[in-house]
Design a protein around this ligand. Structure first.
Ligand SMILES: [Fe+2]
Length: 409
């Protein structure tokens, strides 16, 4: 569909990592000697996070973590009312659990509960626990049934390094700028080492209450994969799947890697650009063609055309870009290159030079690791050596995209 923009500025889950020949790998995934945060599980629920399902108007997925002493997890939910006795009307559901053995040799339990049959366009509050230890009551909202007024969402590039000391400012700045954002898209490399429980602890500590209240959508970066000493990808780290319960509507074998969410007038598509690029094409064609949404946003980790020096992702360019052209994708959100680049790549045959007619591609970074920019001509706007966050405002006839550096209050 035609887009108009107003631009203001093998799935292998390693539940038990094999010990052979990867001692170096293990070391990198262990906590540092100097600890800034407490990252270990306890009976108290932590790493509480909500994700969207296929039905954002009537459902929510809640995930949290405890240690292995908590046998029975519970989530309670109630509609928010003016009066303060809402909790008396709360309903509850038991959690479905997954046991993970961490590299620190501790068994931890990931809990998930999906609440269904909620009312559209409504505020709800929930808490999770085991009957003895409880989280606070946490509020979120369901979406309207149909698009009626503009809404916002947040897009964040790679966090990856020094997540607690330096990325905290980015996620919190984004939330402060758009506190009513309906969801947050992370385009991969949330951490530096897939199995590193400490780094995931940093991610949650930096995020604070934000992922408890604002649904997370995320794609896999190369750093969410486990690699051998030669850098070959062995599979997705064991902390990904139990933490992120994304809609199960991708191709077979791509659970929690490839999925889509229809949010009001947008189709939001998540792809895994790490591998099996061709294997996702058939599903991608179907997903790009079988809807009547006004806007299509696609996100994945490796850019179609790199924005940094000496990096290229030819398979993504060769297999996916022709589909983005054919089906007139409006916005493609990417990461991996640790610079900022934005450009409007005009679709062949759709009026070369008309900046409003092509797919807009963005590469961005929210963490502290920085690379050098390339001079690829596709970028209309570019920047290096700065952390950013982005707020997208969705309207009936415009997508308004704003990128912010962290010095903007
Ligand atoms: Fe990356």
């Amino acid at each position: 569909m035609k887009s108009q923009y107003l631009f203001l500025p093998m799935l292998v889950l390693f539940y038990l990592i094999p010990v052979y020949g990867i001692s170096q790998l293990l070391e990198k995934n262990l906590a540092p000697n100097t600890l800034d945060i407490d990252y270990k599980a306890s009976p108290r629920p932590d790493r509480i996070l909500i994700t969207l399902t296929e039905n954002p108007a009537t459902e929510i997925m809640i995930t949290w973590r405890t240690d292995s002493t908590v046998i029975k997890g519970i989530a309670q939910i109630a509609k928010v009312e003016k009066q303060n006795d809402f909790y008396k009307k709360a309903i509850e559901k038991p959690s479905t659990t997954t046991v993970i053995t961490s590299l620190e040799n501790e068994n931890v339990i990931y809990h998930k509960v999906k609440f269904e049959n909620l009312l559209p366009n409504s505020a709800y509050t929930y808490r999770v626990g085991d009957g003895t230890y409880w989280s606070e009551w946490i509020q979120f909202r369901t979406s309207e049934e149909e698009f009626t007024e503009p809404f916002q969402f947040i897009y964040l590039g790679d966090a990856q390094n020094d997540i607690f000391p330096l990325w905290s400012r980015a996620i919190r700045g984004a939330y402060k700028k758009a506190p009513n954002a309906r969801f947050i898209i992370h385009v991969g490399d949330l951490v530096n080492h897939a199995q590193n429980n400490y780094e995931w602890g940093e991610w949650f500590k930096a995020s604070g209450f934000i992922p408890k209240m604002t649904p997370t959508l995320a794609t896999l970066g190369n750093h969410e994969y486990i690699k051998d000493k030669s850098g070959n990808k062995l599979g997705v780290g064991n902390l990904w799947a139990p933490q992120f319960n994304f809609p199960d509507n991708g191709p077979n074998g791509f659970e929690d890697r490839t999925y889509f969410v229809d949010y009001l007038n947008c189709r939001i598509i998540c792809l895994d650009s790490n591998s099996d690029i061709e294997a996702q094409k058939k599903w991608l064609i179907k997903t790009l063609s079988d809807h009547h949404k006004q806007w299509v946003v696609v996100f994945f980790h490796h850019p179609v055309i790199s924005a940094a020096k000496g990096r290229a992702n030819d398979t993504v360019l060769r297999h996916w870009k022709p589909l983005f052209d054919k089906y007139k994708v409006d916005l493609v959100l990417q990461g991996h290159d640790h610079v900022y680049g934005r450009g409007n790549m005009v679709n062949p045959g759709l009026g070369q030079g008309n900046k409003d007619s092509g797919t807009t591609y963005v590469v961005s970074v929210s963490g502290r690791k920085m690379y050098s920019l390339s001079n690829h001509p596709w970028m209309d706007k570019k920047g290096e050596n700065m952390q950013l966050y982005q707020v997208i405002t969705v309207n009936k006839n415009t997508l308004n995209f704003k990128a912010y550096t962290l010095d903007i209050h």
